[in-house]
Design a protein around this ligand. Structure first.
Ligand code: AHM
Ligand code: MG
Length: 357
């Protein structure tokens, strides 16, 4: 029988590699695993307990929020608010930084999370996910300052996601490779199932919302055709698979090889930045991709090198096998100068999205 490695044991063993580590960080990751188990309990029972349906609340993007979003958001907050490990949190579901309640101690990390990504998929029983990222506090402010949150992805101490799919899996990295754990619901433990995940060199899939092709810029359209083996040197076509749930799409491509892209476009004046959120989605996904030997770009350069300017900043996202992502950058450089010029001020913070759109 192969040895059974729980997520706790794995995190502890990784921690031993850091002399002087206090264990705070280990506990923080373990708390995320606990939150994941509680959220998984609800997502798997969602159809049974009548928890489905849109609530009256709207999140800061004006999209309709599902009840499970709120549940997931509160679960992650409640598990982390009193531990003394965090100085602040930020969630895709909240407009501002979430303060640690004044009666609790604070700590030296910040947690950013998208509690239930892809939530429009919930009521049709399609996989959704939680995405999280952990930065080290850099300010001297006890309860966190904007600079603690608005750090480039390059500085991440850890990131990961949970996928609530046919099984529940937690995948994380602390900068020492990417490791995946599958929840055994009968014992309530995440067990190591995918050690040191590397994106296969041979890619199988490309993933994009093809319904948007009409709005894609010329370079991105050519890139799509290149992935299909139509444009350029006539590569072997990749299969097309798209779930519309970032965690699931990324996870599949991580294990099978491929590229996911959600580009920016010029469809609407003043909104060239695409859909994904830098702080809650792109940074974590980019960190994991790089740790697995892949690459994540916004079409101009590495997403991890973007200096964030606002909590809900959006970025185009192209992620997967490095050669496939670099090819997208090359097409964009060659054919999409107009778009690059429209997007760059948003990337660099001279312009910000109007409102929270
Ligand atoms: P959400 O954060 O509102 O759930 O939206 C993010 C989701 C991603 O999971 C997914 O990749 C994308 O939206 C799909 O968008 P679209 O439906 O436009 O293809
Ligand atoms: Mg999301």
């Amino acid at each position: 029988m192969a040895s059974i490695v729980t997520i706790e044991r794995h995190i502890l063993e990784q921690q031993k590699r850091y002399p002087g580590a206090t264990g705070v960080f280990t506990q923080l990751l373990y708390d995320m695993a606990l939150a994941a188990k509680i959220i998984a309990r609800e997502t798997t029972r969602a159809g049974l307990v009548g928890i489905l349906g849109a609530s009256d609340d709207h999140n800061v993007y004006g999209e309709q929020q599902q009840k499970l979003d709120i549940f997931a958001d509160e679960t992650i907050f409640k598990i982390n608010d009193h531990t003394g490990r965090l100085c602040a949190m930020a969630s895709e579901e909240h407009e501002d930084i979430i303060q640690i309640p004044p009666h609790f101690d604070t700590g030296k990390y910040v947690l950013l999370y998208d509690p239930l990504d892809g939530s429009s998929n919930i009521d049709v029983n399609v996989s959704v996910g939680t995405i999280f990222a952990i930065h080290r506090k850099v300010s001297t402010s006890e309860r966190g300052a904007p600079e603690d949150i608005l750090q480039p992805g390059r500085n991440l101490a850890a990131a990961g996601y949970v996928i609530y799919g046919s099984s529940t899996m937690m995948v994380y990295s602390t900068g020492q490779g990417v490791h995946g754990f599958t929840l055994d619901p009968s014992v309530g433990e995440f067990l190591l199932s995918h050690q040191n995940i590397r994106i296969p060199n041979e890619a199988m899939y490309y993933s994009a919302n093809a319904g948007n092709e009409k709005y894609w810029t010329p370079g991105v359209r050519r890139y799509g055709k290149w992935l299909q083996g139509i444009e350029g040197e006539g590569r072997k076509p990749l299969g097309h698979r798209y779930i519309g749930s970032l965690v699931s799409d990324f996870h599949r491509n991580l294990l099978r090889g491929g590229v996911f892209f959600y580009p920016g476009d010029l469809q609407e004046a003043g909104k060239p930045y695409g859909k994904m959120r830098l702080m809650f989605e792109a940074q974590a996904i980019g960190f994991l991709a790089e740790q697995a030997g892949g690459y994540c770009s916004d079409g101009i350069g590495n997403v991890l090198d973007i200096q964030p300017h606002s909590l809900h900043q959006r970025v185009p996202l192209i992620v997967g096998n490095r050669d496939l992502v670099e090819k997208a950058e090359a097409y964009i450089r060659e054919y999409d100068q107009e778009w690059v010029e429209a997007y760059r001020p948003f990337r660099e913070g001279q312009m910000e999205a109007a409102g929270n759109d």
